[in-house]
Design a protein around this ligand. Sequence first.
Ligand SMILES: Cc1cc2nc3c(=O)[nH]c(=O)nc-3n(C[C@H](O)[C@H](O)[C@H](O)COP(=O)(O)OP(=O)(O)OC[C@H]3O[C@@H](n4cnc5c(N)ncnc54)[C@H](O)[C@@H]3O)c2cc1C
Length: 254
Amino acid sequence: MEAKNLTVCRNARLAEHLYLMEFEGAFTPPALPGQFIHIKIDGLFLRRPFSVAGQKNNRLAILYKVVGKGTEILARKKGGETLNAIGPLGKSFPVIKKWKNVYLAGGGTGIAPLIFLADKLSGEDVKITFFYGAKSRGCIGFEILPAGINFVFTTEDGSYGDKGLLDRAVCGFIGKNGRPDVIYGGGPAGLLKKIGRISEDFSVPAFVSLENRMACGTGICYGCVTKIKTGSGWEYMRICKEGPVFNTKDIKWD
Ligand SMILES: Cc1cc2nc3c(=O)[nH]c(=O)nc-3n(C[C@H](O)[C@H](O)[C@H](O)COP(=O)(O)OP(=O)(O)OC[C@H]3O[C@@H](n4cnc5c(N)ncnc54)[C@H](O)[C@@H]3O)c2cc1C
C-alpha cells in the first residue's frame, strides 16, 4: 500500500452518469482485481473508495458513477490534473487454476472489479460468461467491455438484452448450460445477496465485492464493518481490510 499522486490522462463519460477515469502512475505492488484505491478529492474531508477497473503497464483505471459531491468533482477533472490516492487496498478475488468455467455477475458500477478480473483471466484457458445488469441501455458502459467474452445483458426496462433482474438471467443460464465452477459478483447489496442464494442453491462457490460508506479505508476506524459468520455466530469485519471481497457463504445478510 502506498499514497501516490496519480495524473489523470483520460476522464470520459461512457454512459448516463458513468465515467471512466484513467491515470498515469500505477501502484507497487500492482493492484489485483477486487482491490480498491482511496482517492482524496479537493475540499472533501473523507477520501472516496473506488474499485480498480484495470491496471496495465503504468496506467490504472476506475469506473465511477456520479452520485454526489465527490464524484461530481471527479467528473470535472481534466487530463493533466493530479489526484492523491492510497492503494492498492483490501483483498482481491481468489482465483484457482482449476476454475475453468467462470461467471461474472455485475450490476451498475459493480462491474468495475469484474472488468479487471475478466482482463486478467482472459488468455488463461478460462471460459468467461459476463452477466451485466443495468437500469437501461443508456446506462451501459459499452466502451469498457473487453472483447472476446460472452456477455449476457439485462436491463430493468428491457431496452437492451433481457428485461428483468440479473439474478434471473444467471439462474436461467445455469438451467440451460449447467453450473459454472465459480461466480464472482459486484454491485448493489440486493444483487449480491441473490448471488449468495444462487451459490447455495446450485452449490457453486461465489465471491462478491461489498460496498459500504467508508472513512479511513485502511482498517483503523472500523467505520465500514459488516457482519461475517464465524464458528460461534458472527462478528463485525472491516470491508476495507478483511474485504471488500467475501465468500457469500460467510456473509450474514440483514
Ligand atoms: C470498496 C468500494 C469500492 C467501490 N467501488 C466503486 C466503483 O468502482 N465505482 C463507483 O462508482 N463507486 C464505487 N464505490 C462507491 C463510491 O465510493 C461512492 O459512490 C462514492 O464514495 C460516492 O462519493 P460522493 O461524494 O460522490 O457521494 P456522497 O455525496 O458521499 O453520497 C451521495 C449518495 O451516495 C451514497 N453512497 C455514498 N457512498 C456509498 C457507498 N459506498 N455505498 C452505497 N452508497 C453510497 C450516499 O449514501 C448518498 O446517498 C465503492 C465503494 C467501496 C466501499
